[in-house]
Design a binder for this molecule. Structure first.
Ligand code: GLA
Length: 388
């Protein structure tokens, strides 16, 4: 892949100068959904698919961008003096947002860049193609401008800031963190209240992780993502009238049940319930995995989906069809939606011998019910972002 992106870069922008290659993965979250902006835990891992980037500094302040995924858009030109969100700038709002966030941190960019990207994460699939672009941009800027003091966690935070403040999506830290900090064959158990984390090995001897993409496109901006976040914030405020908590992640189920009537609206109470229970489920799931109890882990994944479907209401017909079909296949250890929801992907743990049957049966039921096909990816857990 490196040779291909490099070749295309040289063809478009010329072969001269100091040209460098980078990669940032996509991510899949195994459990802990919609907990990261509620001070809870998440358990994502990096994928081996992601965003390849080639970059070179310029002598002026011009920015030239090209994506091999959007060839019809051609080269999109901008400038370091024009780091403002603009619909017409299309996908380049993601790298530009990161450049803006660097400058906001006082990290001055003193030269323009030519940047070419190629991503093999399906766009809008809920595997964090946008966070992958953000983090790879951070890696480029750190390397090209010599900001060695920035850690990968800094790059994750910068990516999140750009998404929140430049691209208008109030996302949590999970995606950028998983992409920046991923480790081959490990998932990251991250406490989003203080960014403490540990790596847990994903050694599924007899099983594989299978992602099913619903092919229902979703953009976080036009989804109900920000609305869910606001509902949780309001529920927290109501709970704070009777308890001394800073986030929903500080409550266990028992305490929540005692104080939940302070939330004056049924819908908000369900949203908060999901955030609290999902966080506790995530903690338990990681304990189960550490104890090699993969069955228990799978049951908790299934319970996570039910809660996202009934209490958080972010699944929808496509994801429910995929998950419910998966639950019927013998050899499926657990299956749930992953990411923001409202479309995107499911993640399932499937015994090796059942993978073909899983793809065949879930694929068929999905097509019969929804009318178009799903795509399946048997994935490996990869490394976080870096120089290639
Ligand atoms: C999106 C956001 C994340 C997280 C998930 C839901 O992927 O970017 O921060 O909130 O949704 O768990």
């Amino acid at each position: 892949m490196k040779a291909e992106v490099l070749g295309k870069f040289k063809e478009l922008f010329g072969a001269q100068g100091d040209i460098r290659c980078y990669f940032a993965p996509g991510r899949v979250n195994l459990i802990g959904e919609h907990t990261d902006y509620n001070g809870g835990h998440v358990f994502p891992c990096a994928l081996t698919i992601g965003t390849y980037a080639v970059a070179r500094k310029r002598e002026d302040r011009v920015l030239r961008f090209y994506s091999m995924n959007f060839e019809q858009l051609g080269v999109i030109t901008s400038s370091l003096d024009d780091l403002v969100p603009d619909k017409a700038a299309d996908w380049t709002n993601y790298p530009k947002g990161v450049m803006w966030a660097f400058e906001q941190r006082g990290l001055k960019l003193d030269a323009g860049l030519d940047i070419l990207l190629f991503g093999n994460i399906p766009n809008g699939s809920g595997l964090s193609s946008s966070a992958s672009v953000e983090v790879v941009t951070g890696v480029i800027l750190r390397d090209m401008f010599g900001f060695e003091e920035l850690t990968n966690i800094d790059l994750a935070l910068i990516g999140q800031k750009s998404e929140n403040e430049f691209n208008g999506v109030n996302c949590g830290i999970m995606d950028q963190f998983a992409i920046a900090m991923g480790k081959k064959d490990y998932a990251i158990f991250l406490d989003t209240s203080d960014l403490s984390y540990t790596y847990a090995p994903i050694k599924l001897e007899n099983a594989r992780i299978v992602i099913a993409s619903s092919n229902k496109k979703r953009g976080l901006g036009d989804s109900k993502y920000n609305e869910r976040r606001a509902e949780c914030e309001k529920a927290l405020e109501e709970l704070q009238t009777v308890t001394d908590i800073r986030s929903l992640g500080e409550l266990d189920e028992k305490t929540f049940e005692k104080v939940k009537d302070a939330i004056r609206d049924d819908v908000r109470r369900k949203r908060a319930k999901h955030a609290v229970y999902e966080n506790q489920r995530t903690i338990r799931a990681v304990d189960a995995l550490k104890a090699n109890d993969i069955r228990k882990f799978g049951e908790l994944m299934n319970a996570s989906h039910v809660s996202l479907r009934d209490d958080y209401e972010v699944t929808g017909k496509e994801l429910d069809t995929l998950v419910e079909a998966a639950w019927e296949v013998p050899g499926v250890i657990g299956s749930r939606m992953t990411g923001a929801g409202f479309g995107g992907c499911t993640v399932s743990i499937v015994e090796n011998d059942s993978v073909d049957r899983f793809i065949e049966e879930v694929g068929r039921k999905y097509k019969d019910t929804i009318g178009y096909a799903a795509d399946f990816y048997v994935i490996d857990v990869g490394e976080g972002a870096g120089v290639l």
